[in-house]
Design a protein around this ligand. Structure first.
Ligand code: TYD
Length: 139
């Protein structure tokens, strides 16, 4: 399978809706409205021990929205040539990650929750988990 030649500059932080209310806010992500792909799967990381690093892989096809549903963390994007560190710390901000990029998540605050909206169901064959293999595929 071909790894897409996207770069870190194809990823952006999108300010999704926030419905403000004195009793608290609501953020809505809706297929066909404010997300550039249809969501097939949602998962979230939580109870992450201090200092832990997650991710450490690339995807052939999968697109994702990553949201700090609670607390904060960083996402380090890597296209084999450029790296970009993105800090997420608000539930109305979503990092859109296009396919073909290496990513790592670190700097998790205590109690943080990383919510991921994904364009496909889980498929291990969509992953590259070896960094050297990733670099070879990006050449
Ligand atoms: P992994 O992709 O290694 O986590 P991360 O990249 O966030 O550090 O996934 C951890 C485990 O969970 C691994 O055994 C695969 C499994 N998993 C599923 O079964 N379904 C899923 O949708 C995801 C994201 C992971």
């Amino acid at each position: 399978m071909e790894l897409k030649d996207n770069t870190v500059y194809d990823c952006s932080v999108i300010d999704v809706s926030k419905i403000h209310n004195e009793a608290g806010n609501i953020t809505v992500v809706e297929n066909g409205e404010n997300i550039p792909f249809d969501v097939k799967r949602i998962y979230y990381l939580y109870d992450i021990p201090g200092g832990e690093v997650r991710g450490g892989h690339a995807h052939y096809e999968l697109e994702q929205f990553i949201i700090a549903a609670s607390g904060s963390f960083d996402v380090v994007l890597d296209d084999g040539k450029n790296k970009k560190r993105v800090s997420l710390n608000r539930p109305n901000l979503a990092l859109h990650i296009v396919p073909g990029l290496w990513r790592e998540l670190d700097n998790f605050s205590s109690g943080s929750i990383s919510m991921v909206l994904a364009s496909h169901t889980y498929d291990e064959s969509d992953y590259i988990r070896d960094y050297k293999n990733f670099l070879d595929c990006k050449k």
